[in-house]
Write a protein that binds this ligand. Structure first.
Ligand SMILES: [Zn+2]
Ligand SMILES: [Zn+2]
Length: 327
């Protein structure tokens, strides 16, 4: 009896110690490959309900992930009429977090909406407003939203996020805040996600560097994150690197290159305590564009350029569609 409870205690302790976030890549690209656009599922590792971080690709991503056996921990109940993909979409995704309203970040959600279940769409007020005005308006698509033009079908409830206040994400073990980012004149967002163990990760939608955007939004985000690094709560950063270093700044249109990302991370290191503060921190690189050119593979070049300049000791990860990983 004693041995058994000690065993359970040790198991739950080790689960606690390793707890973090499970992430599944529904889409890894920043364009132009429909079917593989920016979208991730994330959950607390002790739970099995997900939210999405952006939703450029949804059903195609669920199919890819199912084929790669990323959902082995989820069983479809015997009495469910749905396939595994259908069950996960309808029952296990408990909300969409949309960083900004560009199509490559929400097309999958719109296309899946007729067969989706009721759920919230979370975002900064400027983002949910554009979704409502531009897409769910009975012109681009039926109004599945809870506000906006014409008859409101009400399948999706808009929930505004704020930079100041943690919002409990219904039906999950997660809480979230959103900070604005500068993306070539439009407001994009960073989502800070926290679990019940007070572990934190941050996902950034498309963003330019402060130096290029004449902005202080990344500076503000790094100041917000620094205490979590000092307290060893930050489990990882998901951030874009859309272009290689040879793309001139005037042609970046609110995106990052390896050089600009490394400069921004150096500022974060400084704020988090200086040299060595980011050692071992996972940095997940999103939004690399699919290339039509024979000669150059932007993924290979971006990998080389990031690793060559990695004096911070961070660990870069390049997610692949359908793959599951943990932070
Ligand atoms: Zn994008
Ligand atoms: Zn964008």
């Amino acid at each position: 009896m004693f041995k058994k409870s000690l065993f359970i205690l040790l198991c739950s302790f080790s689960a606690y110690a390793q707890a973090g976030f499970d992430i599944i890549t529904l889409g890894s690209k920043g364009g132009i490959q429909d079917g593989n656009l920016t979208a991730f599922l994330i959950k607390d590792s002790l739970d099995n309900n997900y939210i999405t971080l952006d939703a450029g690709t949804v059903v195609n991503g669920l199919i890819a992930a199912e084929q790669k056996q990323a959902f082995q921990d989820i069983d479809v109940p015997k009495n469910s009429p749905y396939t595994k993909v259908g069950y996960i979409l309808r029952e296990k995704i408990k909300g969409y977090f949309i960083s900004h309203a560009h199509l490559d970040h929400l097309a999958g959600m719109i296309i899946a909406s007729p067969d989706d279940s009721n759920k919230p769409i979370y975002g900064l007020p400027s983002v949910t407003e554009i979704i409502s005005e531009t897409y769910f308006n009975w012109r681009a698509w039926p109004n599945f939203g809870s506000s906006g033009q014409g008859y409101q079908l009400g399948k999706y409830q808009y929930h505004d996020l704020s930079p100041q206040k943690w919002l409990l994400i219904k039906d999950t073990h997660l809480q979230a805040k959103a900070l604005p980012l500068s993306h070539a004149g439009i407001e994009s967002s960073a989502f800070i996600i926290k679990n019940n163990q007070k572990q934190v990760m941050v996902y950034l939608g498309d963003t330019g560097a402060d130096s290029v955007e004449q902005s202080d939004q990344l500076n503000n985000l790094w100041s917000t994150l620094a205490p979590y690094i000092k307290n060893k709560q930050l489990k990882g950063i998901m951030i874009e690197t859309s272009f290689t270093n040879d793309v001139p700044e005037r042609s970046l249109y609110g995106h990052l290159t390896p050089k600009l990302l490394l400069e921004e991370l150096a500022l974060l290191e400084y704020k988090a305590g200086g040299k060595g503060a980011l050692t071992g921190l996972p940095i997940v690189i999103t939004h690399i564009k699919y290339s039509l050119l024979k000669k150059t593979n932007p993924l290979t070049v971006i990998q080389q350029q990031l690793n060559a300049g990695n004096t911070l000791g961070v660990t870069f990860h390049f997610p692949v569609q359908g793959e599951r990983f943990s932070l």
